[in-house]
Design a protein around this ligand. Structure first.
Ligand code: SF4
Length: 880
């Protein structure tokens, strides 16, 4: 692009043609005030604060919407400009209520800041207050539209960034304001309460609820969201050592830009919950009593050492956390393997599809991992399978919706007409049993229509002949008839995908599904056939539910692999770690979480150390799990909140939340993000790595780490995938160590084989259980809801976790909204209110998890998790 030269305030500046005057000034350190402009939004030119003067022509222009032109002589603060800018602000102030002293926007109000810069201390025009009633009925956002300056930033954030369309300008003239369709309250609109409008509002018109009059945060510190696998960058607003406000940190190249979701923005009030654990405790005479750290740590070290001596290393289990940091999971599994000599170590990622992630790691030697989210917006096509990111990982849905808005074909394969399906080009509603067949039919059709990438196949894969022979057995017409999918929709999807690279977005409808392993093979084969794997505008995005699901596995908090995904039964990898740690390691994989519970039931597991997980809420069949935990000789729980599990522990160790400690998380893109402590933990609580380090010294290690940096350094030196980890707190990426040609910059290396075509298991219902129940999250809660159920704002929502069913099923059973039903499976039953949802197909019901102490998991059989996921089961419905 041609570079032009112009003068701004007497300084010669150069910029590419087409750059706005405002951007040219910004790029050269010349500050022009603005209210309606934001770098992530399209220029709008509404507020006119950014006016500048062309000295040559005397023309006044809004610099945000005027392109810089060669030889312009721009003045940003000439007497004429200052006069006009003052007049604009005077008019705004005349309309603005005089409540600045009690406005929580405080010194961050950009209108007030600009008024001060222009020496406009008082309104000298006749006040024309445009009074509007305060709206704060919902638990998240307070709207005081009396303070709205009509900059349109909230509307544009809603339309351009999160693509929801909940608000727009309504009414005309003096009455004009942002409003929902039909001016209904926000809670009755399609607003998802992501809070992006709140963060971007320049005045106090939009503020987080419950913090009114909390005042301006004393400081803002950067951090990383502790909820889902997107790992959004945050700014924590702090008053009196408490996090009182959260906004996106909006730095360039973050995973979330200027957006967050309702959890990241508003649910972090759980950090200040009364339920935070603040003292170490020991069970004495049936009650947990606060004790000094030394007493609690000595007891843990002594009892675990004694049990190991008496019953052997395999009598002890360690259940780590996909919410704790890489450093903590590394140290946790090291204590298990090196000091306790057991491979019985697992983490909560087990519950959310780890086995399929491990399969992908194995097939590609980890090469599939690095997929930056911004690339989704440049994808040639997107296929969303078994995922509803609008609820599970909302920031991912923003990327997909923005791509769809720009014309990228988006194909959604899901039995429910989700919000994602409504934004798609083609929705293929298919029962989870038929996913595999459908994906294989698409692959077969693309092969037949020459929609594949033969160059990629020749260069990077092997086994195409055998694979393509197997495709001939798929009959799309028969599938469409059997599955109730329109053939025309399938043809349209194939047409859209032919010759294009595909970005696959897969979620828990695959990861936690009975046929998930075959679905992932079908997706993988399709990604090879179309040359999408490893392509910068394609690839496979796995929606990791927990913030450090991938990192916990990479750090070896899994029973079958050492840090760096080295399989424990691989002699070369194991020997390397024996050398690294100067110990002998058992080659036998340990017990996963479910097997640990089974062995506790059998009396073979004697002690369990749980860090940052709440199995009494997150595992199915609570009574059974409780009985198993009750069978143990010794149970240690290290956590930040009072949980169902901490109540049955022998020793409780209070840990620190992400905002109170340092560490790093690895997000779903393969991005390793470091964070630092911003506030102290409550009471006596300590960072989890520090607790583990204190135990490390007490349990037989001659040396301790004494600092987080030393643990980081060890990971950096010993785990090749993490050798680029930022020791200085900078962001880094998981290193690509795959030897496969497709992931090598030179395109040289091993070929990737196509996987054998498998047919899916047919999910037969049990007699009398005629409905298939899909269990899933709603956007306000995450996972089992242990943390979000301690958020006052999330609990302030009116939702009661209603079970959703199709209108035809409602009519047949004589059920209407609000009726109470009992849902039963062969494993258990729950009572719920009913909500009729026309986006469901007949015979399918949706049961939201996390509500009512996550009792929905009673419908699943515990040991089924060893073979399949916990996303679906057969149930019957009876009116109560
Ligand atoms: Fe946090 Fe995930 Fe929401 Fe981002 S999308 S704010 S990481 S919960």
């Amino acid at each position: 692009m041609e570079t032009i030269t112009l003068s701004i305030d007497g300084k010669n500046v150069h910029c590419p043609q087409g750059t706005s005057i405002l951007d040219a000034a910004d790029q050269n350190g010349i500050k022009i005030p603005r209210l309606c402009h934001h770098p992530d939004l399209k220029p709008f030119g509404a507020c006119r604060i950014c006016i500048v003067e062309d000295e040559k022509s005397g023309r006044l222009m809004a610099s945000c919407v005027t392109p810089a032109a060669p030889d312009m002589q721009v003045l940003t603060d000439s007497p004429t400009i200052i006069k006009h800018r003052r007049n604009i602000v005077r008019l705004m102030m005349a309309e603005h209520p005089e409540s600045c002293l009690v406005c929580s926007k405080g010194n961050r109000c950009q209108l007030r800041k600009i008024a001060t810069e222009l020496s406009l201390a008082q309104t000298d025009l006749y006040p024309m207050h445009n009074y509007k009633p305060l709206e704060q009925a919902n638990p998240f956002i307070t709207r005081d539209l009396s303070k709205c300056i009509l900059c349109g930033k909230c509307i544009r954030a809603d339309h351009e960034l999160v693509v929801v369309g909940a608000i727009d300008y309504h009414f005309r003239g003096f009455k004009s304001r942002p409003s929902t369709v039909h001016d209904v309250p926000l809670e009755k609109s399609s607003c998802s309460f992501c809070g992006s409008c709140v963060s971007i509002c320049p005045t106090g018109a939009l503020l987080p609820n419950n913090t009114t009059h909390a005042g301006t945060p004393e400081k803002e510190s950067p951090s990383i969201c502790g909820f889902c696998g997107v790992g959004c960058s945050l700014n924590l607003g702090i008053i009196d050592n408490q996090v009182v406000e959260i906004n996106p940190s909006s730095f360039k190249d973050s995973s979330n830009g200027s957006t967050l979701c309702v959890r990241g923005h508003f649910a972090h009030d759980f950090l200040n919950s009364q339920a935070r654990l603040s003292n170490p405790m020991i069970r004495k005479e049936e009650e947990l009593e606060p004790v000094h750290w030394d007493e609690a740590l000595d007891l843990v070290a002594d009892r675990l050492t004694e049990i190991k001596k008496r019953f052997g290393p395999t009598s002890i289990g360690f259940f780590g956390s996909s919410k704790c940091s890489n450093e903590e999971n590394y140290l946790f599994q090291k204590i298990a393997r090196v000091l306790m000599e057991t491979n019985n170590v697992d983490n909560g990622g087990y519950l959310t599809g780890r086995s399929l992630i491990s399969w992908l790691d194995k097939q590609t030697e980890g090469g599939w991992r690095i997929n930056p989210l911004p690339s989704l917006e440049n994808a040639e096509s997107i296929v969303v399978v078994g995922a509803n990111p609008t609820h599970s990982l909302p920031v991912v849905s923003y990327y997909i919706k923005r791509a769809a808005k720009n014309g990228t074909p988006v194909i959604v394969i899901d039995p429910r007409r989700t919000d994602m399906a409504r934004s798609s080009s083609v929705w293929l509603p298919i029962s989870p049993d038929k996913d595999v067949e459908l994906l294989n039919c698409i692959t077969a059709k693309l092969w037949k229509k020459f929609g594949h990438d033969s160059n990629f196949i020749d260069r990077f894969t092997e086994g195409i002949t055998q694979f393509s022979d197997g495709l001939s057995s798929f009959n799309a017409k028969r599938l469409c008839v059997e599955a109730g999918v329109e053939m025309e929709a399938l043809e349209r999807a194939v047409e859209m995908l032919a010759g294009k690279k595909i970005a696959f977005v897969i979620g828990h409808g695959i990861l936690q599904q009975r046929n998930g392993s075959h679905s992932i093979e079908a997706i993988f084969n399709l990604s090879l056939l179309t040359g999408s794997l490893g392509h910068k505008n394609g690839g496979i995005y796995v929606l990791a539910k927990e913030n450090n699901q991938l990192g916990a596995g990479d750090m070896g908090a899994i029973p079958y692999a050492l840090p760096g995904c080295q399989l424990i039964n691989n002699e070369v990898g194991r020997k390397q770690w024996e050398k690294n740690w100067a110990v002998k390691l058992s080659p036998d994989p340990g017990l996963n979480m479910i097997r640990m519970i089974e062995e506790a039931e059998n009396g073979n597991l004697k002690a369990l150390f749980i860090m940052g997980e709440n199995p009494l809420r997150s595992l199915p069949q609570r009574e059974r799990v409780q009985k198993a935990l009750g069978n143990l000789d010794f149970l240690v729980v290290q956590d930040i909140l009072a949980t169902e599990t901490h109540k049955v522990a022998d020793v409780v160790l209070p840990g620190a939340a992400f905002s109170e400690k340092g560490g790093s998380f690895t997000n779903l893109e393969g991005r390793i993000q470091s964070f630092e402590p911003t506030v102290p933990p409550p009471g006596e609580a300590k960072p989890d790595w520090e607790i583990l380090d204190l135990l490390y010294g007490r349990m037989g290690s001659s040396e301790t780490y004494s600092s987080l940096e030393k643990i980081r350094e060890e990971i950096h030196h010993l785990v090749p995938m993490y050798e680029e980890t930022g020791l200085d707190g900078r962001i880094s990426w998981v290193k690509n160590t795959s030897r496969m040609g497709v992931f090598s910059p030179e395109g040289k290396g091993e070929p990737i084989p196509f996987s054998p075509i498998a047919s899916a298991e047919n999910g037969k219902s049990h007699a009398g259980y005629d409905f298939k129940a899909i269990l899933g999250s709603q956007r306000h809660h995450l996972g089992s809801g242990t943390r979000t159920s301690h958020s006052a704002r999330i609990c302030g929502l009116e939702s009661n976790g209603e079970v959703e069913l199709a209108p035809e099923d409602g009519a047949e059973l004589g059920l209407e909204d609000g009726d109470i039903v009992r849902i039963s499976s062969p494993s258990g039953s729950i009572a719920r209110e009913v909500k009729v949802n026309r986006n469901l197909v007949q015979g399918l019901i949706f049961v939201p998890v996390a509500f009512h102490n996550n009792d929905a998991l009673q419908l699943i059989e515990l040991t089924r998790l060893n073979k399949a996921g916990m996303k679906e089961c057969w149930v019957k419905i009876e009116r109560q």
